[in-house]
Design a protein around this ligand. Structure first.
Ligand code: AMP
Length: 493
């Protein structure tokens, strides 16, 4: 990299899955003072072009499978001076990218005794990530050497994720999604064995890797664990090595937690964070006295996003800025402060001003805090449903619906309504071979899940698939756009 002319402060972009070459880049790039810009490879061409230009990436490290997409945008990313192809192949694939080299050949030519920089100021940037594009253009967040080191140390605390040298860690969360939640940094710093599943994984592949490599800790979004659960239900795989499945990025449904813990005997650890927060800021690990509770009581805590970790300050404020009561009922926006929380969006002074106030990051997440201090997300600011002036939590409805035995996936959005301003509408994907009617779901929510009648979705729409963001979250914005009129039409408005 240095021979190519990469200097301290330059950005080097990676478009890569979880594998050993990407891991090498994770350490080599910051260690010459440059900035590791992990790019979400599932973004649209438009967003890829936007962020490569916004970051001014000088070199791009590209997985072979990504070449066709980068070829399409290559003429619109003028800051990029070199392309390096990440592949096992020994000859360069056919490509119009220029100038281009093979990664393995590229590093073979390098001096093995190269001295990495020893005196990089700890507050210099080391990494960079853009937030997922559920709202508008992606926004860049810089991580410093200091923030990465402190966040890594936090991940190793016994009361958070408890990463240790004894673990065999398999981050399924992509290395382009908030640095695979910091797991590559924490594990390498301890000498922990890492299992990197590469580009082509599914439930079967993950189950095989867990059994073969005796994985003790793995991490990913709920969709991954829903997928893996289908495979584990067959009973074909030995997953007894697992001491925890870490789940974050979206709310972990209680039914899923119960399934892993009670059916598969795999402890399930729910955690929460954002691109802006490195990401981990809360973990739902039970306190010792909570472990004495009956399982159903424990589950209520395990399904929450949990307690702020060491060094993270959290407060929850209502509309007038006053802090809410810690009663598990009153809702407010979660504000965060701490050494791995960003204080700005890259080159976005206006968006920074909105999000960072008096040193606190406004998360946009609406939460409650209970007497134990456990934080529970009830919605995103723009996902709350306000029906006749009262809040309805789409997350609670989704959790309940996903616990139904016929439901594979469910999401609930706010849809404009003439009388109530907004009403919930549910989107349901059924499990293979299962069936349930709208009326049955309604009865189930009322009678089994004890929802108030006015919380019930006005409509249940059955889909083959729920659209998802590039990191596997439900793409509510798309559903909101597509079904904006669905209730108004019925009322002939
Ligand atoms: P991202 O920056 O793409 O990781 O998105 C961060 C957002 O994802 C947060 O602000 C939350 O709205 C949501 N999120 C992350 N983790 C969780 C979780 N465990 N439960 C519910 N929502 C979550």
């Amino acid at each position: 990299m240095v021979k190519l002319g990469v200097k301290a402060g330059d950005k080097v972009g990676t478009l890569a899955w979880n594998d050993h070459r990407h891991l090498e880049a994770y350490f080599a790039i910051p260690s010459i003072g440059a900035v590791l810009h992990t790019i979400n490879i599932r973004l649209s061409e438009e967003h890829l072009t936007y962020i490569i230009n916004n970051a001014e990436d000088k070199v791009l490290l590209v997985d072979e499978g990504m070449i066709p997409i980068i070829e399409k945008i290559k003429d619109n990313i003028p800051t990029v001076e070199h392309f390096i192809i990440l592949t096992d192949e020994e000859t360069l694939p056919e490509t119009s990218l220029k100038p281009v080299q093979l990664y393995e050949a590229f590093i073979k030519g390098a001096n093995e005794t190269f001295q990495f920089l020893q005196d990089i100021p700890e507050t210099n940037p080391a990494g960079m990530c853009y937030t997922s594009a559920t709202t508008g253009n992606p926004k860049g967040v810089l991580y410093t050497h200091r923030s990465i080191v402190l966040h890594s140390m936090m991940l190793c605390f016994a009361d958070t994720i408890a990463i240790s040298e004894r673990d065999v860690a398999m981050p399924v969360v992509p290395m382009f999604h908030v640095n695979a939640w910091g797991i590559p940094f924490a594990t390498v710093s301890l000498g922990t064995k890492l299992v990197l599943p590469g580009p082509n994984f599914n439930g079967e592949v993950l189950a095989e890797l867990i059994e073969k490599e005796k994985v003790t800790m793995t991490a990913g979004v709920p969709t991954i664990w829903i997928e893996l659960a289908k495979v584990l239900e067959t009973g074909k795989y030995d997953t007894s090595s697992l001491t925890r499945v870490v789940c974050g990025g979206s709310a972990a449904p209680e039914g899923l937690i119960r399934k892993y813990e009670k059916e598969f005997n795999i402890p399930f650890l729910h955690a929460y964070g954002m691109t802006e927060t490195s990401p981990v800021v809360t973990v739902a690990r039970l306190k010792s006295h909570q472990e004495e509770l009956p399982y159903d009581e424990q589950l209520k805590y395990k399904g929450k996003q949990g307690l702020p970790t060491i060094l993270i300050e959290a407060k929850v404020v209502g509309e007038n800025g006053e802090e809410v009561k810690h009663d598990g009922e009153e809702m407010g926006e979660l504000l965060l402060r701490g050494p791995w929380i960003t204080d700005e969006y890259y080159r976005e002074p206006e968006k920074t001003k909105e999000a960072v106030q008096d040193g606190w990051l406004r998360t946009g997440d609406i939460v409650t805090v209970d007497e134990e201090g456990f934080i529970k997300i009830v919605d995103r600011t723009n996902d709350l449903i306000k029906s006749g002036g009262e809040w309805i939590s789409s997350v609670d409805l989704e959790n309940a619906l996903m616990a139904h035995e016929a439901v594979f996936e469910a999401t609930v959005i706010a849809v404009p309504h003439e009388r109530w301003q907004e009403r919930p509408v549910a989107f349901i994907v059924l499990k293979d071979g299962k069936d349930v009617t709208e009326e049955e779901l309604r009865q189930y929510l009322l009678e089994e899940k004890k929802f108030a009648k006015w919380w019930l979705p006005d409509k249940f729409i059955f889909l083959d698939e729920i659209p998802k963001t590039s990191v596997g979250k439900f793409l509510k914005r798309e559903l909101r756009e597509q079904y904006r009129d669905v209730l108004l039409k019925e009322q002939n408005v």
